[in-house]
Write a protein that binds this ligand. Structure first.
Ligand code: ZN
Length: 148
């Protein structure tokens, strides 16, 4: 119970004080993703330098889960290489698909383990994944641009 309260605090803190929430004008790629089942929206931009994520910036509206998860993700993936970001994202996706059976590895997911409980509520998993899917989309676009 104590753990749940702590996790709720992490989520609320990110919701109230979102990280990297301000769209940059010079992104390598920018995407807009919507979660129609809840009405959450995220516009997310990514900037790369070679293989490294040097900026994750976003704007969004929606429920606390979607906005907090996007804030946590933007903090977590900033400064990582694309390979590292992909590994962390897959780890988070796995956690969201665990139906409450897993707690998540704080060494890999840091604050994102606070969202582990969401995996028990199938209707909310899309909220938690919205920002992560937007990042995946934007980073693939940014990367393919860089290779040309
Ligand atoms: Zn939502």
């Amino acid at each position: 119970m104590q753990l749940d309260n702590l996790y709720q605090e992490v989520i609320l803190d990110h919701y109230k004080n979102p990280q990297n929430k301000s769209l940059a004008g010079d992104n390598d790629a920018q995407v807009h993703h919507v979660n129609p089942s809840c009405g959450d929206e995220v516009t997310l931009g990514v900037k790369l330098e070679g293989n490294r994520v040097i900026s994750v910036n976003w704007e969004g509206v929606g429920c606390s889960i979607s906005q907090a998860s996007t804030s946590i993700m933007s903090d977590l993936l900033l400064g990582k290489t694309l390979e590292e970001a992909q590994q962390i994202s897959e780890n988070f996706l796995h956690l969201m698909q665990s139906k409450g059976a897993e707690e998540g590895d704080p060494l890999v997911l840091e604050d994102a383990v606070a969202l582990a409980g969401v995996s028990k509520y199938p209707a909310r998993i899309k909220c938690a994944l919205l920002g992560w899917m937007a990042f995946k989309d934007a980073s693939v676009q940014a990367h393919s641009k860089e290779e040309k």
